[in-house]
Design a protein around this ligand. Structure first.
Ligand code: GUN
Length: 280
């Protein structure tokens, strides 16, 4: 029997719990989001983050810049937010326009205000098995989903397709920290189908519709779909869900799986960073 990993349901539970915790605070946590340019997907994501924050009682400020903004403007703003005691968490929506170095921008964010958990200090802490100030949101959301359904990955072969700094790489490290045997695949990987076939847990973060087909996967495996792409007006994942559903033990829908978990994790990070700012 196949179980759907219901990210919508779990994220609603998480945000309800956060709403109650935030209501007990004497000050609202404050998330600052920097958005550069007019990328429609980024605008959509930032809108969803703002809406969720407001629902919980978290204050959010979106700082919008035009596409041609220079790097210094963004770095100066991050510096200002780092020093602003009334801002507890900072997120720079990615991707950034080509004239701005994402690496420089990420390194400029204070690790104690790193809502995305992607600064070198936080990533480095995860790498050596130390608790970071915040975990990257999508990997954190995926692990929360696995925990909710009591899926133990110790000793299992976890295959991650995609090696981005915000999803693939930190997720691989976090799975490794839980004693999974981890393979990271990417656009240069040879024999991708053979590797996928050996996965007990498959996580696809590519953004290519129907990349993962029935004949590629191992029976009774766990399938996590992180990819998003558009078919017409519809947002779809990487996995050919309808055709392989019967074969697997657990699977995330897309949409309604990892996406809402990413946003709920961001809200948890914001709350935790607020608490950190209070407790030192
Ligand atoms: N772009 C797409 N997803 C994300 C995310 O989780 N965080 C940031 N900062 N940018 C993104």
């Amino acid at each position: 029997m196949t179980t759907i990993l219901d990210g919508k349901k779990l994220s609603a539970k998480m945000t309800d719990e956060l709403t109650q915790k935030v209501a007990m605070l004497d000050e609202k946590p404050h998330l600052a989001v920097i958005l550069v340019g007019e990328n429609p997907a980024s605008e959509l994501y930032v809108g969803l983050k703002k809406k969720t924050a407001e629902k919980i009682g978290i204050k959010s400020t979106v700082i919008k810049y035009p596409q041609n903004t220079d790097e210094k403007t963004v770095l100066d703003k991050i510096n200002e937010l780092n020093n602003d005691k009334n801002v507890h968490a900072i997120l720079v929506q990615l991707p950034l326009p080509g004239q701005i170095s994402e690496k420089k921008v990420i390194q400029a964010i204070s690790p104690q205000k790193d809502a995305d958990g992607i600064t070198p200090e936080n990533i480095g802490k995860i790498s050596i098995g130390v608790e970071p100030y915040a975990y990257p949101c999508t990997p954190k959301g995926i692990l929360s989903l696995l925990d909710e359904y009591n899926i133990n990955i110790e000793g299992k072969h976890a295959v991650v397709i995609g090696r981005s700094n915000i999803v693939g790489k930190p997720l691989a490290q976090m799975l490794l920290n839980r004693n999974a045997t981890v393979t990271i695949c990417h656009s240069h990987t040879k024999n991708l189908t053979d590797i996928i076939k050996s996965a007990d847990v498959l996580i696809s973060a590519v953004g290519k519709n129907k990349l993962i087909k029935k004949e590629m996967i191992k029976s009774n495996s766990v399938i996590i779909d992180v990819g998003t792409s558009k078919v017409g007006n519809r947002v779809v994942g990487d996995v050919d869900f309808d055709n392989l559903f019967e074969l697997v033990s657990y699977i995330t829908p897309s949409p309604g799986g990892v996406g809402p978990m990413t946003i709920a994790s961001l809200m948890e990070n914001t709350y935790n960073l607020f608490k950190l700012s209070r407790n030192g």
